[in-house]
Design a protein around this ligand. Sequence first.
Ligand code: ASP
Length: 292
Amino acid sequence: MKSIKLIIHGGAENGISSSLSKQRKVNALKELRKALENGYTVLKQGGTAKESVVEAILVLENSEYFNAGKGSVFTNKSTHELDAAIMCGAENRAGAIANVGIVKNPIKLAKIVMEESPYTLLVCNGAEELAKEKGLEIVNNAYFSTKFRKKELGENNNNMHFGTVGAVALDVFGNLASGTSTGGLANKKSGRVGDTPIIGAGTFASNICAVSATGQGEFFKKSVFSHNIHALMKYKNLSLVEAAKTAFNELEKSNIYGGFIALDKLGNHEFLFNTEIMYRGLISEELFFVDL
Ligand code: ASP
């Protein structure tokens, strides 16, 4: 069997590790393990990278321990506005949704945008209408709320808490995909859209590499961060590791906090972050680990 690999992240976080209970960390790592197992099962059975990415992200969206789906952060209006994106390198197709408040699994809707619409990005009501038309599970906005996020909002008004989730996968056909899902920044102004659903910023995949980022989204958008890694490999012939380091240096120089996961078609990978923690994990024939 050709090499298959799945890498996930559960958000880069600063100044939060000490406030997370040991139990919360244990539970989050358990969910990461489950996400890897579910996503890897798809790859092992000969499924595609995009299907694997969706399976992994679904576990994390359904878990209250991450800032995606259930457990998403609150906006300044005490609501939840979710963003997600998926990109398939082999097909050179992408789908993204932003500012959605009633769709239980935003990553499923992003995949529908990619595969069943002529668009790459749908927002607000239009995206929600498509979800209903396609029979996706609809929930009340309050479904996404958790006590943990309410408390966090009370204590922290500086938009600095992260927890986005993402996955990159390489399938048996040698194809790559990337996906990212998030509630965005805590206490963000209602209407703000982050980097996650902006293709080339927080999420990108080609037939060269796949990238999913997390952190201060405004930087990732302005620098077209994820696409930069692809461009450095394509136009400068850098290796994945060199390209990832070059992009990461720019992040560091800009005094920005965040991180990302990246994978190339040969199975080379990189995780880089400059925050206190970044939940992350990898599964392949040879390796299986989760860490924070
Ligand atoms: N990048 C996301 C955003 O700016 C936040 C995160 O990664 O947690 O919306």
